[in-house]
Design a protein around this ligand. Structure first.
Ligand code: ZN
Length: 467
């Protein structure tokens, strides 16, 4: 064991875990043990965990007590899986309106972490988690890294689009601990050729064992490396997350990085929910020790292979339970067991994209996350937004304004857009009462109707070909 691995695995991890009381080591040990349980034993234990959570939620959480009483549901009468269908679904709007009411009476709000979904689906959601939930998320991440052959202390680079992590990274202590943990964060809301050339040099020097890429950003970067014949970045594995990974893009990553690609399905609300193992069966293993997923179609549980909407129950969060949460994604259960031997169920996520790349008059491409960050800065003045581009040089910005939205916020948004797209871009604001979701149920943040030329990238703009 090298010095840095020893320092990270034995000293830093133990120190952080003890200080932060997140129970990472215990959660990691459990996650590693549960993954090899036979599927039926896993299901039995998962059900016991779920039943306990439902009882607690009914006893101690005002929101669920009221909602379930109104629906005539009592946790004592939830005995088989189909009984769950009687429990009302939790929506994003419920969390927006009632997030504090979802806090259990057993917990003090001041001890909880208040998280937001960052508006990545065009609608900001607030929810609370306790330390144990945060620890469980970390443990799942560690197990996934092990599947890829990556150990604690190995160098990890992230090409990241989420404004939340990037904002945290601006704090000096966060950067210092990241460095201590051998991590490098490369912000990727906007990737120009100059930025990508600089990132290629940084990564060549940094020699990461793992590159974690926000899926659309990693595609732009891989395409840049391919075009410029840069072959000096050789990680053990590449991890894609946050959006649909198309087969053509997976092949491109495998070519430019000369390693295997592992996909993750996760969300801000649920953490890492499902992960691809080293047998790459075409579906992802659900972290069944931590989450309970249902796939529902027409008011019933979908059969294996049948696509339905995902309802997420976080089994780790007792402080502010999230039960049957409509996460706005669709998926199907994979009908076969995985050759790897893990009993964790396999999920095939079918959801489409939530953001398109937009194009500037000079031909640059802008990720949808640029707008997520921009709108984050006007905070609660905007309830929902969507940016539509029908031609180069103009943007239609649809917003559902809060009463507080005024000229100052609009001027701020115009300045931000002009700085990125140039003064020559016409920006039209349209105030709406609602912005309906796409047929998939997802809220689309940016939609590009300009035909773009994506060399080696079949499928990027074609939602009919998710992979
Ligand atoms: Zn497997």
């Amino acid at each position: 064991m090298g010095l840095h691995h020893w320092l990270t695995e034995r000293v830093l991890l133990t120190a952080f875990d003890t200080l932060q009381r997140r129970g990472i080591r215990a959660a990691h040990g459990e996650a590693c043990a549960w993954q090899w349980l036979p599927a039926d034993e896993l299901r039995k234990r998962q059900w016991e965990r779920l039943a306990g959570l439902l009882r607690e939620a009914y006893e101690d959480v005002p929101f669920y007590r009221r909602r379930w009483d109104e629906a005539g549901v009592h946790p004592g009468r939830i005995e088989i899986e189909d009984d769950l269908l009687r429990i009302p679904v939790l929506t994003k709007s419920d969390l927006v309106s009632h997030c504090r009411e979802t806090i259990s009476r057993r917990y003090d709000e001041r001890e909880l972490q208040r998280w937001t979904s960052g508006g990545s689906t065009g609608q900001t959601v607030v929810f609370y988690v306790d330390r144990r939930t945060a620890g469980s998320r970390k443990a799942r991440e560690m197990r996934f890294h092990e599947w890829m052959g990556v150990r604690p202390g190995d160098r990890v680079a992230r090409l990241w689009g989420s404004p939340i992590e990037i904002a945290q990274h601006r704090r000096w202590w966060r950067r210092a601990t990241e460095r201590l943990k051998n991590r490098l964060l490369l912000p990727a809301q906007v990737l120009t050729d100059d930025t990508m050339a600089a990132y290629a040099e940084l990564l060549t020097r940094f020699r990461p064992a793992l590159i974690i890429g926000f899926t659309p950003a990693l595609f732009l970067f891989s395409r840049f490396l391919d075009r410029n014949r840069i072959t000096t970045i050789r990680p053990k594995a590449v991890l894609t997350t946050s959006a649909t990974l198309y087969p053509a893009h997976r092949r491109l990553h495998e070519k430019v990085f000369a390693c295997r690609v592992f996909d993750e399905y996760g969300s801000r609300e649920g953490g890492g929910i499902a992960h691809e193992c080293d047998h790459h069966p075409g579906a992802l293993h659900v972290a069944a020790e931590s989450v309970f997923l249902e796939v529902v179609k027409d008011g019933r549980h979908a059969a294996p292979g049948e696509v339905g909407e995902i309802l997420l129950t976080d089994l780790t969060n007792h402080a502010a339970p999230m039960i049957r949460y409509r996460i706005m994604d669709t998926a199907s259960w994979w009908p076969e067991p995985c050759p790897c031997g893990r009993g964790l169920p396999l999920l095939c996520v079918a959801s489409g994209r939530v953001s398109d790349l937009l194009v500037t008059p000079s031909g640059g491409l802008v990720l949808g996350e640029f707008f997520v960050e921009l709108f984050d800065d006007v905070g609660e003045d905007v309830l929902q937004f969507q940016v539509v581009q029908r031609e180069v040089g103009s943007l239609l910005v649809k917003i559902v304004p809060a009463p507080s939205f005024g000229e100052a916020a609009e001027a701020f948004l115009r300045r931000g857009i002009a700085a990125k797209f140039g003064d020559g871009t016409t920006v039209v604001f349209e105030r709406c009462a609602t912005i309906p979701p796409a047929p998939s149920g997802k809220y689309i943040v940016t939609r590009c109707e300009v035909p773009l030329d994506f060399e080696n990238a079949s499928g990027l703009l074609d939602p009919a070909q998710p992979g």
